[in-house]
Design a protein around this ligand. Structure first.
Ligand code: F6P
Length: 359
């Protein structure tokens, strides 16, 4: 009989509770105990640790589609990798985490996190040397290398699409455009998917250069006088600072194109978990438990061509593009981006959606 832990780290997204509930179910079938660690690494640092034994009373099946995480994702201002690195106490912080995990006497830990958490786990893997570490990728940004899908992405696309659907009704009444700024950090997947789903007239993403004059010409030539211009938060406009949606909106106004901006913000991380995300969460939970059965460690679950399998964290880390972590000096995060071969890019071009200056 094994004793396993689970924690949710980094930003939340919809689907975390489904992962937790499915892990509980699969573990119960195996006769294992599941310990939930509250607030990610924060919960490991408090004395005694902030843990709960996960049972159906804590998270029932009918509540497992609600967004957020019953285990929380970390308190503002708490000690974490970024603070420890800043205070030059990283070694002490890591020792503390390792000792805390030893005290919990876990056979395995399932860490549900984004590319930042997974990169941190791999680069500081000695923390997890005394147990099996299995990661499950979750993020609305879909920027984790090696997996076609992450938990939370599909719900975020749905949330952002529904947000645009609502805006279109008022846009039509006023004959004006909405410049909608999507989340996604420096990856354009969320903006691209939701932009196509919502029937946007233009989709601007960090991966593709665009020209404001061409965008304006495109909007002027559009068959309608209202609609959505989807802008990913990661796009940069040379010579300008500030939110990209604001910059674009001002320029459209100056050209006499009536518009408003809209910022769906954290609503993209919320919303009832879609059926697709629940299936992904179930596949990944089952794969993670199988990995524990098979004595694997330092792996992440990944969906490739519909099948869920494990990939080593080394492969995850080495196959992405390294970027400097936004909060921790010297830490590289492994990222993935919209591929130039993405079928959604050619689809957008064929549908005459402005997506920038494609080669
Ligand atoms: O990585 C997920 C994400 O929602 C990004 O899309 C966004 O830029 C960021 O987190 C927002 O972070 P915070 O919750 O700290 O504002």
């Amino acid at each position: 009989m094994k004793r396993i832990g689970i924690m949710t780290t980094g930003g939340d997204c919809s689907g975390l509770n489904t992962v937790i509930q499915r892990v509980m179910r699969g573990a119960a079938l195996r006769g294992w105990t599941v310990i939930g660690i509250n607030d990610g690494t924060d919960g490991l640092l408090t004395v005694p640790q902030e843990i709960i034994t996960l049972t159906p009373d804590v998270l029932s099946i009918e509540n497992s589609h609600l967004s957020g995480s019953v285990l929380h994702n970390g308190r503002p201002g708490a000690m974490n990798f970024a603070v420890a690195a800043h205070n030059d106490t990283l070694a002490e912080f890591k020792n503390h985490l390792r000792r805390s995990l030893q005290n919990l006497k876990l056979d395995a830990l399932i860490l549900v996190g984004g590319n930042g958490s997974l990169s941190l786990a791999w680069c500081n893997r000695d923390i997890y040397a005394d147990l099996q570490l299995i990661c499950i990728p979750k993020t609305i940004d879909l920027d984790v290398p090696q997996t076609d899908i992450t938990v939370g992405f599909d719900t975020a696309v749905q949330q952002l699409t529904s947000f645009c659907d609502q805006l279109l009704l008022t846009a039509r009444s006023h004959h004006r455009w909405f410049v909608v700024q999507a989340m996604g950090r420096d990856c354009g997947e969320l903006a691209l998917h939701a932009g196509i789903a919502a029937g946007a007239e233009a989709i601007l993403i960090p991966e593709i250069k665009f020209d404001l004059d061409c965008l304006i010409a495109h909007i002027r030539n559009a068959k309608t006088d209202y609609g959505i211009i989807m802008v990913s938060e990661g796009v940069s406009l040379r010579g300008h600072s500030g939110q990209p949606a604001d910059i674009i909106s001002r320029r459209l106004n100056a050209e006499g194109i009536a518009n408003r901006t809209a910022f769906p913000e954290h609503i993209q991380r919320s919303g009832d978990t879609t059926a697709r995300d629940r299936i992904t969460a179930t596949q990944m939970a089952e794969c993670a438990l199988n990995a524990i059965d098979n004595n694997e460690t330092y792996v992440m679950t990944a969906i490739q061509n519909g099948y869920c399998k494990t990939i080593s964290l080394a492969d995850f880390f080495d196959s992405g593009k390294y970027i400097q972590d936004s909060k921790i000096d010297g830490l590289q995060t492994s990222n993935s981006y919209v591929s130039p071969d993405s079928p959604l890019l050619s689809l957008a071009c064929n549908m005459d959606i402005y997506i920038g200056e494609m080669q």
